[in-house]
Design a protein around this ligand. Sequence first.
Ligand SMILES: [Zn+2]
Length: 221
Amino acid sequence: MTQEIRTIRLWLPMHISRVNCYLIKTDSDFILIDTGSSNQRGELEQELEAAGCRPGNLRVIVITHGDFDHTGNAAYLRQKFGTPIAMHKGDLGMADHGDMFWNRKSGNVIIRKLAPIFMKFPQADWFTPDVLVEDGLRLSDYGCEGRVLSIPGHSLGSIGILTDDGSLFCGDLLDNTDKPRFNTIMDDPTTARASADRLKELAVKMVYPGHGAPFALEMIK
Ligand SMILES: [Zn+2]
């Protein structure tokens, strides 16, 4: 089986940075990992269309974690494509009532008040996932040869997707906006380190982060 990875890079609000969505083309269908922020919905739709992804062949939308820049178009795409959304229950409240601090320890009062202003996740885009995933879940039912890994740290419900051919989609545990490293926003750094150590035991050939270009896992010290 071939699994072709297409990276869709979308701007965040106010062009502060960019976020990646990954469209994996399997033998006949697609799966989408993360959905970007709602400000680039049209661009995301164009990219999906250009790839040949349309209602009927998008099997699942997998969300690596509940932040608005990854979940922003999930509800919309579910409606348009009739595709289920899969995520980990550890981030449920981030998706179903738009609270990025749900289940997070960090974030002072000011950040908690300012976040909803800058991080656009309007109520119309809130959603309850159709599938709650756990560590080890195989994605074969969706035509993808790979599995879910629980990699908490950035958030409690953060997951990675590791394909059988060694591509790891790590969400925001690691990023490469400047150089390969842990994401600077980390709810629980000790847990994040344990998650990364666990990844090093696995057959990871290339890491595809939520932000920035792919890199080899050995570059994380
Ligand atoms: Zn992010």
